[in-house]
Write a protein that binds this ligand. Structure first.
Ligand SMILES: [Zn+2]
Ligand SMILES: [Zn+2]
Length: 330
């Protein structure tokens, strides 16, 4: 498979002179499986607009059919869809998969809005001049949960990530040896237990950190919840284990995190820690903060490489920053 970054930025598009190299569009990745002529898309941030233009040149009108997997429905992961030209072409078809947050107030756990309703809502006339049902391609919307799926010959595993809305990480494999893991909008599962975010240690898995948090809790239910949270962090490592490519949320530097706690994102340190523990081949730093300039991203790559070698003794892992327009073969 070949994957291409069409959008690598987090939160909001960030065009301008300082982001020319790594790009300003929000999350969108294309996976192309050549021998099947199959296109898979991760997220529909603003990067999907240029991907759509590319697909228009590669596929005759009415011949494109593909699966779009959404991590979640925050703006930076869906707002490109109304500008995705192939969706306006009759005969094309799209299966859109994504998680939907359930209501916590009703016992039936019914979604507030279905996945399709969320897309209809985004294109309401107050926000956008064209309605979803005016897009001529056939679109089907399917809600997914954590689990294993087999879709059009793709092996897909999903993992719930810690984010302010239900958010899924994806592990995709075509032939069993080309695993690509995409985990963005993911905060370590310990934010609820820290009174002060500066308590976060350099290494998320530092046993002393867990012991310190535990010593501050008095009730057994709290201790049980802390233990489950730490287990979820380990589950995430296992989810990423041995991947050829891990595309991971690296929005913040260590010193920025204290003011961004509960916003649902990771520090570079957490991305490196998970990637090294999971023994992945290449870590792609992803979901760059909109304020991050190209030169600052380069500093982050150096920092991450140094961290992998010095803290984890890992000198073989490749660490790069996701860059708009770049493609990689697996
Ligand atoms: Zn995001
Ligand atoms: Zn988000």
């Amino acid at each position: 498979m070949r994957f291409t970054f069409w959008g690598v930025r987090g939160s909001i598009p960030a065009p301008g002179k300082s982001t020319v190299k790594y790009g300003g569009n929000t999350s969108c990745i294309e996976i192309f499986i050549k021998d099947r002529n199959q296109v898979v898309i991760f997220d529909a941030g603003t990067g999907i607009r240029e991907l759509g233009n590319s697909l228009m040149t590669r596929y005759k009108p009415g011949t494109l059919s593909c699966n779009i997997f959404l991590t979640h429905t925050h703006w930076d992961h869906v707002q490109g869809f109304p500008f995705f030209t192939p969706a306006f072409i009759g005969g094309n078809s799209f299966n859109v998969y994504g998680p939907v947050t359930s209501s916590i107030n009703d016992g039936n756990q019914k979604p507030y809005l279905s996945l399709k309703d969320l897309f209809i809502e985004q294109m309401r006339y107050q926000y956008f001049p064209v309605k979803l049902d005016e897009m001529k391609a056939e679109s089907k919307f399917t809600e997914i949960k954590e689990g294993h799926y087999e879709i059009d010959g793709l092996k897909i595993q999903t993992k719930t990530l810690n984010h302010p809305v239900l958010c899924m990480g994806y592990r995709l494999s075509v032939n069993g040896i080309d695993d690509l893991v995409y985990c963005t909008d993911s905060e370590p599962y310990v934010n609820y237990f820290m009174n002060n975010s500066s308590e976060m240690p350099d290494d998320l898995f530092d046993p002393l950190f867990y012991q310190t948090l535990k010593s501050k809790l008095s009730d057994p239910i709290g201790i049980e919840k802390l233990s489950l949270a730490m287990q979820e962090n380990l589950n995430l490592v296992n989810f990423c284990r041995g991947a050829r490519a891990l595309i991971y949320d690296s929005q913040y530097k260590k010193n920025e995190y204290p003011t961004k706690i509960n916003w649902g994102h990771s520090r570079i340190d957490d991305a490196v820690s998970i990637a090294c523990r999971a023994e992945v081949e290449t870590l792609f730093l992803f979901h760059h903060d909109p304020t991050r300039s190209d030169s600052q991203i380069e500093e982050m790559i150096d920092y991450a490489r140094e961290l992998a070698a010095s803290r984890f003794g890992n000198k073989t892992i490749n660490i790069v920053a996701a860059e708009e327009g770049q493609s990689f073969e697996l």
